[in-house]
Design a protein around this ligand. Structure first.
Ligand code: HEM
Length: 179
């Protein structure tokens, strides 16, 4: 962040394409903790998927969470490791619905129409938080290894944390002086 943006201006949306590690972090977050873990479809006609017969008018749940952690496609699937997106086998993957092992916005005609907006706002918002603050893990938020506890709740339409997030911002830069 310091090398690409410096410390005398606030990072913005235009900077996002120049921050490859930040983009890899966002992809890894969306792989391992997709905001919406399941996409639903209803079959309009009888069909066969992976050898299973699906009658017409059947609700099909596509598990985006488990595709993102499928060991057939991901080495060390449960480990948060953004660097994987710089390796040859993952470098060309994006989250826009064409690579079925990574579809946090779903895919096809009913894919998330907000993905373009989300892919502007999420990395830029994260970038500003990283540029302006160091984040210390607060009370009750560490796991047994002293890392951020990322355990998830029991499920639902959207993912949520099992435990409240308590973090303490330590100021690196003052965004109000930078604007
Ligand atoms: C990180 C942010 C977001 C994530 C992870 C996300 C994820 C998803 C997913 C997985 C679906 C289901 C796709 C499918 O069934 O194939 C969906 C649908 C949808 N999303 Fe998002 N979304 C995000 C942000 C947004 C935003 C910012 C908007 C609107 C401004 C939005 C509007 C919608 C709508 C309207 C649908 C229903 C589309 C349909 O059923 O035809 N989403 N989203």
């Amino acid at each position: 962040m310091d090398r690409v943006i410096g410390r005398d201006r606030l990072v913005g949306e235009d900077d996002v394409p120049n921050l490859p590690y930040l983009n890899a972090v966002v992809k890894e977050i969306m792989r391992i903790h997709p905001g919406a873990p399941i996409a639903y479809r209803i079959s309009t006609q009888e069909t066969t998927i992976a050898g299973y017969n699906i009658p017409a008018n059947t609700t099909v749940a596509v598990n985006l969470y488990s595709t993102g952690r499928d060991p057939k496609y991901w080495v060390d699937p449960d480990t948060f490791r953004p660097e994987r997106f710089f390796e040859e086998s993952y470098a060309n993957l994006d989250v826009k619905g064409l690579h079925y092992q990574l579809i946090p916005f779903g895919s096809g005609r009913r894919a998330c129409p907000g993905f373009g907006f989300a892919l502007q706002v999420v990395p830029a918002g994260l970038a500003a938080q990283v540029q302006c603050f160091d984040w210390k893990i607060g009370e009750g938020t560490a796991d047994e290894n002293g890392r951020l506890n990322m355990e998830e709740g029991d499920g639902g339409l959207v993912s949520y944390r099992a435990n409240p997030l308590v973090v303490v911002p330590i100021r690196r830069l003052d965004p109000f002086l930078l604007i």
